[in-house]
Design a protein around this ligand. Structure first.
Ligand SMILES: Cc1ncc(COP(=O)(O)O)c(C=O)c1O
Length: 395
């Protein structure tokens, strides 16, 4: 647990090395879109929360599963033509982390295993280890836009497997799966009668022409536990509002559902003001907002991807969604950079640039950048990485 938690912490804080240069720190390491001030919370979202605050009506404990009106709003928003949801299909949680912390240990007991994407978000492993559940990794293929290696996925399944986690769009890969690939993953799950935990927190952030497809849309008969939240799409991670949505039209998750309700009682529910504001947030923020946010991140992601790939020793995989880019490091292109951890430490020490080593996500010899920073910051980071690459280039 300690090891997994340590790598997770590395995602929250910058690496420990002390910069030896007198340059201002430039950090593309933390997945918090608020850090640069260039992506403010939409004024309609602020107004909805402000209204709740001023009303003095939402200061008490909400039900542990969430205010019914907020659950209803989430159910409506996530209903699909093939699957109409009701408020009882929704549990509101303290962030999407809270949703995962309920969903994973409800589906699996100590000694069971859950399949986790690699590279993937480190919290999955932390939650598993913390509950005595084996985190078993399946491979995503960097040469195929980080699609799941289906044979590897299926190979990992045994009699103690209780769920497959799919994170789409992905942190840290910046990938977005096609409907066809999602259906292929769902087919593996269906063959083994396994539910999928679909982490869709980046669902609204997809770079055109790619389109986001909810997993439940391609697998209407498969039990799917979709988790999400406001943090990324609405640019307010500190508000700690997430949810679990159960797509289970054949009632196969009946016991899981009541287990999740019991688990939600452990912390007496999520932030009252923000969940009370949810119906208004969803009603007033138009789809144009998501198109604009996605276009901004796409523009920044593509700039970084193109610019870094022009520097010898680096190759980015074209981003398709979320807020990240995973960049491959060709260590042979450098004299004295043996791996991704050394690269990140040396870059911090020499150029005062913070990025995260792929090791944190199970992607050795890669590093991750967050593409939320304004263009001027990204350009400065590229210039410093270029200077680093020249200084350490192999003969
Ligand atoms: C893939 C993924 N899932 C879940 C979370 C947690 O989200 P929250 O801040 O709502 O707890 C994150 C946060 O970075 C994430 O990247």
């Amino acid at each position: 647990v300690r090891e997994a938690a340590r790598s997770f912490e590395a995602g929250r804080a910058d690496l420990q090395a002390k910069p030896a240069v007198d340059l201002p720190n430039l950090s593309l390491s933390v997945g918090d879109p608020t850090l640069f001030g260039n992506l403010p919370v939409d004024e309609r979202v602020v107004a909805a929360v402000q209204e709740q605050l001023l009303s003095q009506k939402s200061n008490g404990y909400p039900p542990s599963t969430g205010y019914p009106a907020a659950c209803e709003a989430i159910a409506k928003r996530h209903s699909l033509p093939s699957h109409q949801l009701s408020k009882s299909d929704v549990i509101i949680t303290s962030g999407c982390s809270g949703a995962l912390a309920i969903a994973i240990p409800t589906l699996a007991d100590p000694g069971d295993n859950v399949l986790i994407p690699r590279p993937g978000f480190s919290l999955y492993e932390v939650i598993c280890s913390n509950s005595g559940i084996e985190a078993r990794f399946y491979r995503l293929d960097g040469d195929r836009q980080w699609e799941a290696d289906l044979a590897d996925l299926e190979r990992q399944i045994d009699g103690r497997t209780r769920a497959i986690i799919v994170n789409n769009p992905s942190n840290p890969c910046g990938s977005n799966y096609s409907a066809q690939h999602l259906a292929e993953i769902a087919a593996v799950a269906a063959r083994h009668r396994l539910p999928i935990i679909a982490d869709e927190i980046y669902g609204g952030i997809v770079f055109a022409p790619a389109k986001f497809v909810p997993l439940a849309a391609v697998a209407p008969d498969l039990p799917i536990v979709s988790v999400g939240g406001l943090a990324k799409q609405f640019l307010c991670p500190g508000w700690r509002l997430g949810w679990i949505v159960l797509y289970d039209r054949h009632g196969r998750l009946a016991r899981v559902r009541s287990g999740m309700v019991s688990m939600s009682q452990v912390i007496l529910g999520a932030n009252s003001l923000v969940q009370a504001a949810l119906p208004q947030i969803f009603a007033t923020v138009p789809s144009a907002y998501f198109e604009k946010l996605s276009a901004t991140l796409a523009e920044q992601g593509r700039y970084f991807s193109d610019a870094i790939s022009k520097i010898r020793g680096f190759r980015a995989i074209e981003p398709q969604g979320a807020m990240y880019l995973l960049i491959r490091i060709d260590t042979a292109a450098f004299r004295d950079v043996p791996n991704d951890v050394s690269f990140c430490q040396m870059l911090l020490a020499e150029q005062n640039v913070s990025v995260l080593p792929g090791k944190v996500f199970g992607a050795p010899n890669h590093f991750r950048v967050v593409v939320c920073a304004p263009r001027s910051v990204m350009e400065a980071v590229i210039a410093r990485i270029a200077a680093f690459a020249t200084r350490h280039a192999a003969a």
